[in-house]
Structures are given as C-alpha cells and as structure tokens.
Design a protein around this ligand. Structure first.
Ligand code: S3P
Length: 441
C-alpha cells in the first residue's frame, strides 16, 4: 500500500466561524455498525455512516469476508448480515490503513472464527501497541502472533475461546470492545472492569441488536452463544469532529455557530465539559434520542476562555479532543494543565509531542510532561505563524487549522492526507464557516 504524505494546508490568519453545519458521522459508531450489522441475522440499514477512510477500511474487511454491503450512498448502507458464524476466510491479509479501532476490535471478533486471518495497517498503525488486546485475548484461549515489540501485523489462528474476568489496566474503549466482541464467541460469561468510564457504543449497539449486556457501575458482563437481530442504525454526527468547530467558534470574536445532530453520549462529552469549565458558551439547543444514543443540536458563540487544571476524570471522556483543546488553552487567559493523559502518546501520533512542537512554532509557551502538558495561554494576543507538521495525524492537522483563527500570519500544515480518515470534506466545511484554507500537494 502506498501511503500519501504530500497534502499541505495553507490556512490564512483570521476568518470567522458562523452558520449551521452538520459534521460527518461518528467514527466509533460507524465501525461498530458494520461489524454488528455483518454478524446479525437479517438485513440491517444504516444512515449517517462516516464515509471516511477508517470506517471504509472496516467496510472493506467485511466485504473481504463475504458480507454483501450496499453503499455507502450519502451515508446510507444496507448490510446483509451473515449471522455470527457466517463470515468466510478472506483471500488475503485485511489491510486496515490508519485505523486502530478497526484493528483492535477486529482482533477480538476474529479470534473466535473458524479461519485464520492476518491484520495489517499503515506505518502509524504498525507502531501502535497491540499487546493490550492480544494479552486478554490470549487469556481467553486465542492464538495470536505479533511482531517484536507487540506490533502489527497480527496473525490470528482459529481457537476455542472461553469467558474472561478482566480488569483493564488502561481506560480503553477499544480494549473493552475487543473483549466484548470475542466474548460473543466464548463459552461462558465474560466480566470486564474498566478503571474509568470510557465510550460505551459497543454495549449500547449490542443491546440495540437484541444482545444482552449487563452493566453494573464500572463492570460489564456478557455471555457467549447468543445471536444478533438486524436493526436500523442512525449514526449521529461525530462529537470528535464537532470539537474543532466548538473550539473554533469559542476563540473567534463574533462567532455564532450551530452544529446539528451531534452525538452527546455521556462517555463522549468531555470536550463540552472542559470547554464550559474554561468559560465557553455552548448551548444544548434541542436534545433527543436517536438509535439508542443521546443526540443534540449545539449552539456555540465566542466567549473569553480561561486556563484550568483539567480534571483527570474528564480525560477518557475527551481522549480524542486534546489536540484542539490545546489550541483552546493557547488562546485562553492563564495556564491550562493536563495530567493523567499518557495515552495521548500512543494515538495516531504522539499527540503531546506533536502538539507541543507545533505550539512552539506558534510561540506558545508550554512545558511537556510525561503524562500531559502545561500551556500558557496568550489571552487576546495573537498566536504566531509558520509551518507545523501534523505527522500524518488527522486531529493534529485539523487542530492547527483552527489555530489560524487567532494567528498573526498564515499557518502551513504538512502531511494532511489523513484528515480523510475521519473527516472527509473538512477543508470545504471550514471554508463554508468563514475561514480561508488552500490545499496543495
Ligand atoms: C475508540 C476509542 C478510543 C479513541 C479512538 C476510538 C473507539 O481509543 O481514541 O479514536 O472507537 O473505541 P482507546 O480505546 O485507545 O482509548
């Protein structure tokens, strides 16, 4: 697979954030809709599916395992489920691109199949830790080989699985979901304990497919041997994509923006909680339930932000939003301190270091720590300008795009191709809100 690293964003300083927009569908739910829809009995329909490279990798993987999937057409899919035991051996390794969610969730789902599989990914995914899924899966009886250092490719050999009693060492929804999916194929019951609440889309969606999952506090239990019944899934807009606009409007004088149909699952709203603690003006205009998930329209207007010590219990609830929250901190009055966030170092890039390097280019004082960062806000003074490297990380590229709203000159952002993994149409959407962004290769 040829990876592209040649896309450059040239973002003019200033601009506005206004209008009414709907950002693309939730990435986590899009992955899970393909996985559970494929394993269901009957035909499942999906709307709001994210047509980004990550979720399309999951879609292709299931096509490669014999599932007939129509679409996506304008976010709509029809999945002809094959049942829990209906997948077929793929002819070649499954290539999962940049997508950690695809690789970690699929490892669990495939560990209990009657055929062998190999999971591969791009250079970033091939550097990310996979023992966090391989170890608990092996305790369930799975046979999985990794490269030295616990890295992909993953080689999965058929094995009989049994339930597990597992206390997760890290608050990771990918690890939790991996074990839940393996548990569908395991004999007996599995019990998973999470150290802190993390996104619960797998549990909710399994229930939507009629599969019993029990939750008591931070303990989740599930029994193997059931079946999934096809249903309809309405995927709301991704709060992780909305986050760029929540920060953008907050730091841009005069901004007034409405974000439609955003998923506000309580395990995902750390970004709203943290921005509100910083003084942001975010209003939940209309709240309703769609497909078993809380959804709302959000109105965000400019407000002066102040630095805070981010409570550690918010970290798993905002885990993907820190790159753009660092931009909010850079524009706030006073110091913002993040701790307990070492997980950021093993995302699509080392997000603490990648953001720190870019903030340094923009003249923002900061101190990097092993588990976080302290950022001195510029409060009213413009950020600097210059060239920053996203290191191929979609969320770093989009965070520095938003920083240009408060920059003194243009920001050039290198290696932006991977914005397409989670946010197709990002460049034109920020333009439609009032920013000036040129794409060059
Ligand atoms: C995800 C879980 C999170 C998140 C990722 C998507 C998921 O990862 O960062 O973007 O869909 O389960 P971790 O489980 O590693 O925290």
């Amino acid at each position: 697979m040829n990876e592209q690293h040649d896309l450059v964003y040239l973002v003019s300083p200033g601009g506005t954030m206004g209008g009414e927009i709907r950002v693309p569908g939730d990435k986590s739910m899009s992955h899970r809709s393909i996985m559970l829809g494929s394993l269901a009995e009957g035909t499942c329909t999906v709307e709001g599916f994210l047509e980004g490279e990550d979720s399309l990798c999951t879609l292709q993987a299931f096509r490669d395992m014999g599932v007939k999937i129509e679409g996506p057409t304008a976010g709509k899919l029809v999945i002809h489920g094959v049942g829990l035991h209906g997948l077929k051996a793929p002819a070649a390794p499954l290539y999962l691109g940049n997508s950690g969610t695809s690789m970690r969730l699929l490892s669990g789902l495939l560990a209990g199949q009657s055929f062998a599989t190999v999971l591969t990914g791009d250079s970033s995914l091939s550097r990310r830790p996979m023992n966090r899924v391989a170890n608990p899966l092996r305790s369930m009886g799975a046979v999985i080989d990794l490269e030295a250092g616990g890295l992909a490719p993953l080689r999965i050999t058929p094995a009989a699985l049994h339930g597990i009693d597992y206390e997760m060492p890290v608050a990771s929804a990918q690890v939790k979901s991996c074990i839940l999916l393996a548990s569908l194929y395991a004999e007996g019951e599995s019990r998973i304990v999470e150290p802190a609440p993390c996104r619960d889309h797998t549990e909710r969606m399994l229930r939507g497919f009629g599969y019993e999952v029990q939750t008591h506090g931070n303990e989740i239990s599930i029994k193997g041997g059931g079946s999934l019944k096809a249903c309809h899934i309405d995927v709301p807009a991704d709060i992780s994509s909305a986050a760029f606009f929540l920060v953008g409007a907050s730091i841009c004088p005069g901004a007034d923006l409405v974000l439609r149909h955003v998923g506000i699952n309580p395990t995902r709203i750390g970004v709203i909680n943290i921005l509100r603690m910083m003084g942001a003006d975010i209003e939940i205009v209309r709240e309703y339930v769609a497909g078993g998930e809380p959804v709302a329209d959000l109105r965000v207007r400019h407000a002066p932000l102040r630095g805070i010590h981010i409570p550690e219990d918010q970290v798993p609830l905002a885990i993907d939003e820190f790159p753009v929250l660092f931009v909010a901190a850079a524009c706030a009055e006073g110091e913002t301190v993040l701790s307990g966030a070492e997980e950021l170092r093993v995302k699509e890039s080392d997000r603490i270091q990648a953001m720190a390097d870019g903030l340094a280019v923009l003249g923002v004082e900061h101190e990097v720590r092993p588990d976080g960062i302290a950022i001195q806000g510029m409060a009213g003074r413009p950020l600097g300008k210059g060239t920053v490297n996203s290191h191929g990380d979609h969320r770093i590229a989009m965070a520095f795009t938003i920083a240009a709203l408060q920059a003194s000159g243009p920001i050039e952002i290198l290696d932006c191709n991977n914005v397409a993994t989670s946010f197709p149409g990002f460049a034109s959407l920020v333009r439609s809100c009032g920013m000036s962004l040129e794409e060059k290769s």
